[in-house]
Write a protein that binds this ligand. Structure first.
Ligand code: C2O
Length: 536
């Protein structure tokens, strides 16, 4: 194991895409930002220096941060943001994880341009559980707005309506060939005939789940969210914001230029957002320009394609990588997730006419002191521990608009005993429209043991749970008008954010936090904060 040092300088960088330029917030002037390379077991130190006028914080999405919640990054949850001119060193050790993850800004909508890859190789000498690829390539999917993204969300918050969709999607920062701006190039992936490549695909988009395809080539999925899966072959990958997917691509077509395409998936689209970003896979010997073998990604509402992909995911569950699914449940929780119109004129979030979002009818209100500090230093009045473990209002999701309108607001957390096991059913109860919500849990991986459409049935559905080889991940799509059941062990003391990774829904309040108590044994407590922890 080694210590790996990185310097992240947060700066404004003038950037041109789709024939228009604007200054954006970047790390070291790059969009997407630099890749963190490390190995399992390494100690990673990232010195972040804020040289822009916005406050910033960086989240290492999917890194478990065992006992080091201070380095997790969500602003006002585990730390106060880094102010202009200040530094903070994120110091964490990568324990029991290898694969692809991502880092991103975790404040406002800065994630739009402040994101990048985390590549964790296995410990040296430890092979992959699949044939070693000839070369590995990071593929970061994203979105691009012509206007300033903070202005986009502020405008939406003012009007109470949904924000504008992005003007383009991107593959490694580039939209590829676009009619409105034909001169721009896209990302190119050079390959040699007969060799196998591993793509480490990351969805860093703010608000879109994405399909990903390569013309003429099958993709073999081997890992998601830094957890190995039973390999399976597919034409199309579905990837939600915050998720990562490693695929093997065999360059078995001999020669030519093949289109790589990504476009949004939304099973009940509220807005048309069908921009396809493209890149080119080209065989050596051909010039690296526009693809001649084309592909069309599935349409925006291709739910069947999405389901087929999601239903194919299984943990590898080998002797070396067993799926450690909790078989008993200490905390059985049921959370509704959805969007609503806040009908409560006196509520803090919304004024009775605007879109809000909630979990169990609570629209989360961001505190002004970080929850983890309030917890560690016993500062009262920052949060309450009365987050409901079950829906306070009755709900019905049978395809008709559900009747779960009332939302309350507050900074509520749900408290868990150290090392207790949790089963959490997430039920979509959209009010405006049912929508797929990619829910991300900080600090843990969980197992997706069950999933279904309509209302969850606590009597019959658990009998169908997969407790043998369910996929293990950190971000999961709650199906539109359906539910998903996850299990995890609360073995990481601290305060852990859980939220929809569609940034607009997080902004509207689709978020909450778990507070996990310290254990009694050695090495079962949250470590004390580092001395440079930013102050609010
Ligand atoms: Cu990738 Cu709380 O986020």
């Amino acid at each position: 194991c080694r210590v790996r040092n990185f310097k992240f300088n947060i700066v404004m960088t003038n950037t041109t895409r789709i024939c228009s330029s604007k200054p954006i917030v970047t790390v070291n002037g790059m969009f997407p930002g630099p890749t963190i390379h490390a190995r399992e077991g390494d100690n990673v130190l990232v010195t972040v220096t804020n040289n822009v006028k916005d406050n910033v914080s960086i989240h290492w999405h999917g890194i478990r941060q065992l006992r080091t919640g201070w380095a997790d990054g969500p602003a006002y949850i585990t730390q106060c943001p880094i102010q202009t001119g200040q530094n903070y060193i994120y110091n964490f050790t990568i324990t029991g994880q290898r694969g692809t993850l991502l880092w991103h800004a975790h404040i406002l909508w800065l994630r739009a341009t402040v994101h990048g890859a985390i590549v964790i190789l296995p410990k040296s000498g430890v092979p992959y559980p699949f044939p070693k690829p000839h070369r590995e390539v990071v593929v970061v999917l994203g979105e691009w707005w012509k206007s300033d993204t903070e202005a986009v969300i502020n405008e939406a918050l003012k009007s109470g309506l949904a924000p504008n969709v992005s003007d383009a999607h991107t593959i490694n920062g580039h939209p590829g060939a676009v009619n409105s701006c034909p001169s721009q190039g896209g990302f190119t992936l050079p390959v040699q005939s007969g060799k196998t490549y591993m793509l480490r695909i990351i969805n860093a988009a703010l608000n879109d789940e994405l399909f990903f395809k390569i013309a003429g080539h099958k993709l073999t999925v081997v890992e998601v969210d830094a957890s190995y899966v039973k390999p399976f072959s597919t034409d199309t990958v579905l990837i939600a914001p915050g998720q990562t997917t490693n695929v093997l691509v065999n360059a078995d077509q001999g020669s030519g230029k093949y289109m790589v395409a990504t476009s949004p998936f939304m099973d009940a689209p509220i807005a048309v957002d069908n921009f396809t970003a493209t890149a080119t896979l080209h065989y050596s010997g051909t010039l690296a320009n526009v693809a001649t073998t084309l592909t069309l990604p599935p349409p925006q509402n291709a739910t069947a394609v999405a389901n087929q992909f999601v239903n194919s995911l299984r943990s590898l569950n080998s002797q070396k990588f067993p799926a450690q699914v909790p078989l008993t449940v200490d905390n059985s929780l049921f959370f509704t997730v959805g969007l609503g119109i806040n009908p409560c004129p006196s509520c803090k979030a919304g004024n009775g006419s605007r879109i809000v979002a909630d979990i169990n009818n609570v629209t989360f209100v961001m505190p002004t002191t970080a929850l983890l500090q309030a917890h560690f230093f016993n500062i009262s009045g920052v949060f309450t521990t009365d987050f409901p473990g079950n829906p306070p209002n009755s709900f019905d999701y049978t395809g008709n608009p559900p009747s779960n309108l009332q939302t309350d607001s507050g900074t509520k957390v749900y408290r868990l005993k150290y090392n207790s096991t949790v089963q959490l059913v997430l039920q979509d109860t959209g009010i405006i429209a049912a929508e797929n919500h990619p829910v991300h849990l900080h600090g843990f991986n969980f197992f997706a043991v069950g999933k279904g459409l309509g209302n969850y049935n606590p009597k019959t559905d658990p009998k169908k749970f997969n407790l043998v080889d369910p996929v293990e991940r950190n971000t999961i799509g709650v199906p539109s008008g359906g539910w998903v059941a996850i299990r995890f062990r609360a073995d990481n003391p601290g305060v852990w954010f859980m939220h929809c990774h569609l940034e607009v829904h997080t902004t509207w309040g689709l978020k909450m936090a778990f507070l996990v108590d310290n254990g009694k044994g050695p090495n079962q407590s949250l470590l004390p904060p580092p001395s440079d922890l930013p102050k609010c």
